[in-house]
Structure formats: C-alpha cells, structure tokens
Design a protein around this ligand. Structure first.
Ligand code: ZN
Length: 248
C-alpha cells in the first residue's frame, strides 16, 4: 500500500473533521488517483484551493499522487510558499459575476442590491448551476460542498456563514468587493439593469400617494418593475451603509 502526507493550510482546515485539522494527514491508497480526487475525498472542494505543492514543487490538479509524496495545499486567500506556483485556473476573472444555489435567495438579493451581476432562481438544478458557472465564468456560491467538487466548476466558493447578513459581509470580504459596490443599479427581482424613466410615462401604474410625493423613477429594462425612493428605499440605504462599515 502507498502512503501520501497531506498538509492543508489555514481555512482549508474548515472542511476537515476536527481530529484532522492542522495536522499532517496520512493518506493510504492502492489505486492510481489524481491529486484533485484525493483532496476532495478528504472533504475539501477544489474551488477553495489556490495552489498545490508536492515535494516542494508546484503541481496542477491532474498530478497523479505517488508513494511517499509530501503535499502542501494552500487556500485562495493566502499563500506563504516561496516556490513559483502553477496556476490551477485558466485566468483570473476580469470582472466578477455570480450564480447562487437555490438556498441563497437572500444573499442573491443583497448582491443585486449592491450592483453585482447575480443569477439566482429557486428551481436551478445542480447540473444547471455547474454549467452556468462554467459557461459564463461566474463564481458559484453555495453551501453544498458536493456541488463545488464537480469538475465543471472552475470558480466557486463555499459560503461559511448561514445567516444572510453575515453571508453578504463574508462574500464582500472574500472577494474584496467593498470598493466596487454600486448600489441601486439592478433589479432585485430579476438582475436586470435599471434605467431612469419619466414620471409621465408610468403615472397610471403608481399608487396615488406615490403620484403625489415622488418624482424620480427607475424601471428594470428586463422585467419592467418600477422603483422609487420610498420608505423601503431608506431601509435599504441603511442596510447598504451598515454593510459598507465592515469594509473600513
Ligand atoms: Zn427586473
């Protein structure tokens, strides 16, 4: 039987059972397997991995693990190694866009509120999510580790928090997005872009109090939803401000 030694750095340990965290893991194997498969069989989705070193040399996910290999695995957020690394993904994303699994509806709304291009439907199937993420180079956000282990998924992130308010802060921090937030530009319902619209053209669709009090309106270019700065807007603005405070 062959044996390899795995050492996971920093927050990759979140995915390991308690007794395996921050220790050298002795992994016995008999069958030929790629390092991606072995990392995932230990519970860590490949989307969380920034780089891998085997015996002090950088390797990619296809590397076949050999007997007595000494393996260091680094998370995306931090890497302290001195060795030049092999990139595990085709290229860094030039602009960030998301697709979210069906359990993250509130997080999807918050991301849209902050202006991020965010696909979400409460009936997406796992195959669809993986395919959309792959085809459109969207970061797949999910709390389903199995979904992130699909080979199609190149860019993905396992959301640690379960509370939606903490989730949005976590995502802003993880992807360093505080400086690119652009609130009230997108439809919360469908992700469409909002455009300014003249009051005259929609006045018959407005409640009477709004007709009298509000003059500025936006409409979703995609679904036609009309937005104005009512009491709801003030609550949302406070929400945005409270989120931004986490970026200081
Ligand atoms: Zn819309």
């Amino acid at each position: 039987m062959a044996v390899a030694y795995f050492h996971f750095s920093r927050e990759l340990n979140d995915f390991l059972p308690r007794h395996k965290r921050h220790t050298k893991i002795v992994y016995s194997f008999t069958e030929r397997a790629s390092i991606k498969d072995m990392i995932e069989s230990l519970g860590v989705p490949h989307t969380e991995v920034d780089s891998i070193e085997v015996n002090a040399k950088s390797v990619d996910f296809c590397y076949i693990v050999q007997d007595a290999d000494n393996i260091n695995i680094y998370p995306i957020s931090a890497r302290n190694s001195i060795y030049p690394k092999i990139e595990l993904r085709p290229e860094p994303l030039s602009s960030i866009r998301f697709v979210l699994d069906i359990h993250l509806g509130k997080l999807a709304t918050s991301l849209r509120l902050l202006g991020f291009d965010t696909l979400y439907r409460n009936d997406y199937k796992d195959e669809e999510l993986a395919l959309i993420s792959h085809n459109e180079s969207r970061v797949l956000l999910t709390r389903d580790k199995g979904l992130l282990m699909r080979s199609l998924v190149i860019y993905g992130y396992y959301v640690r928090n379960t509370n939606p308010q903490q989730q949005i802060v976590e995502v802003l921090q993880r992807f360093d997005l505080f400086n690119v937030v652009s609130p009230f530009q997108r439809c919360l319902r469908c992700n469409g872009i909002l455009e300014a619209i003249a009051k005259e053209s929609i006045v018959d669709q407005l409640p009477e109090t709004v007709q009298l009090q509000i003059d500025e309106f936006h409409r979703c270019q995609n679904c036609g939803q009309i937005y104005w700065k009512g009491s709801h807007y003030e609550r949302l603005q406070q929400f945005v401000q409270s989120l931004m405070a986490n970026g200081n």
